[in-house]
Design a protein. Sequence first.
Lengths: 158, 147
Amino acid sequence: MVLSKQDYQLIAEIQDGLPLSSRPYTEIGDRLGLSEQQVIERIGALQESGVIKRMGIVVRHHELGYTANAMVVWDVPDDQVDAVGEQLGSQPCVTLCYQRPRKLPQWPYNLFCMIHGQQRERVLDHINRIVESQGLQQIPRKILFSGKRYKQRGAKYQ
Amino acid sequence: MDETDRAIINRLQDSFPIADRPYLQAAGELGIPEEELIRRLQAMLENKQLSRFGPLYHAERLGGGLSLCAIRVPENEFERVNEQVNSFPEVAHNYARDHEFSMWFVLATETPQRIDSVIREIEQSTGYRVYNMPKEEEFFVGLKFEV
């Protein structure tokens, strides 16, 4: 999708949030000189094309009790990474799953997944269950729990 | 936070109506009045339980760059390096993790080319190597928190 100047203005206008009022799209339109219908159409198009991944609540997961956040990294043979990635990605408790480059020799891991939970013990249980049910015992892995969160904000667009 | 707040969070992480009265429509699905939904969202934003109510963008489709980076920082240097890293506006979030690779942050830049130059600037400022680990393949993204 080719974005117009108007699209970028709209993207910047709503990046910090939608107005909390009965007709939010009218309000946005008033600020940008667009009609409510135009705003609705453009946001719909941005969503359809995937520029907007989703619209709605972005939580602060720490404040909601999700303090045990594990990044599980795996050193998967290159010819198996797609299969294992699909396997891990389909586990209900896995929230993100990506292949990333190894940084040898210090960092041999090429598959990353995130598991968020409210208690460390439960997260470890989940991981053990996945390893067993998916037959991943042979694949070297490391679990990196998060410590302090130093910054959380969305990217900024002009 | 009560049952209604929980229902709102569970329902409105996936999608929000694009219609002339979106709050009215969403509130209807939740079985509460429109003003109550707006008031509760406002309260949860003020309490910092919600970070934002709005769009989540796909950085690359906006023409931007995005990458996960890590630094191996010894404990006694962590605070200093952390401050220097977080002073870059391109650093979107930053977590300490219990590993020799102890600092993990996401860079979000206006163009993909900017990623490399920001990394060089961070390396110069901190004196540490930045390991750049952009995603090569995405198997699942469904970050959603049930409460």
